[in-house]
Design a protein around this ligand. Structure first.
Ligand SMILES: C[S@@+](CC[C@H](N)C(=O)[O-])C[C@H]1O[C@@H](n2cnc3c(N)ncnc32)[C@H](O)[C@@H]1O
Length: 200
């Protein structure tokens, strides 16, 4: 796992003090995270939709996929199976409980191609331009500084890679405005569930 030990003390050491966002992402309380995980388990049991949803992501064997805001890792497992032994999945979150949950799933399902990543602010610590796909599912709406977030995703995505993002609890109009005004992503396809974006 990319861990705290490898991180500088401050995000500013990565980005230069002037570029550090003053609207840092906030971790939800532990109780909130646990409750959310329970609800997700329940939803997936009653209405299993993830298999169908990930089809649009066009993930192939050997790819590198970043599950950004992975939460308890329900997409991570699916991505891990799709990329296979030659591929790699980074499961990124700002919440320690998400990293713990992903590690548990890695053990339970013997996932050897997954690397949990505890992000510091908007910095994931992942190398430049390595991702074929970045999935940001059910999390973009909660990001206080969409521009800094989208720039970080742009940094880690290959030139011919894709970002798959959804609206979550915000309108499609807001999602699109935030993506377009970032200037670093082009929306190339829309479905009711997702937007598929390529680096500008
Ligand atoms: C509602 S959950 C969705 C989890 C998962 N994507 C899913 O759909 O099952 C949102 C997750 O995004 C994480 N998150 C929010 N802002 C983040 C950020 N800036 N960087 C990384 N993770 C973030 C939260 O900690 C939480 O685990």
């Amino acid at each position: 796992m990319l861990n705290i030990g490898k991180y500088p003390n401050d995000e500013s050491e990565y980005r230069g003090k002037s570029q550090v966002s003053n609207r840092q992402p906030k971790r939800m309380p532990n109780i909130g995270f646990r409750l959310m995980s329970l609800i997700m388990d329940f939803q997936d049991f009653l209405y299993p939709r993830i298999g169908k949803r990930v089809k649009i992501f066009a993930i192939a064997e050997g790819m590198t996929v970043v599950d950004y805001g992975c939460g308890p890792g329900r997409y991570t497992i699916r991505f891990s199976k799709l990329v296979g032994d030659k591929g790699k999945v980074y499961a990124v979150d700002i919440h320690e409980l998400a990293i713990k949950a992903v590690k548990k799933k890695m053990e339970k399902y013997h996932l050897r191609n997954v690397e949990p990543v505890l992000a510091r602010g908007y910095h994931s610590g992942i190398s430049d331009h390595i991702a074929d796909r970045v999935a940001a599912i059910d999390m973009f709406f909660s990001v206080p500084d969409p521009l800094t977030f989208l720039e970080e995703i742009h940094r880690i995505t290959k030139k011919d890679g894709l970002l798959i993002i959804d609206d979550g609890h915000q309108s499609r109009k807001t999602t699109k405005e935030r993506i377009i005004s970032s200037g670093c992503w082009d929306i190339i396809e829309e479905t009711p569930d997702h937007l598929k974006c390529g680096p500008s």
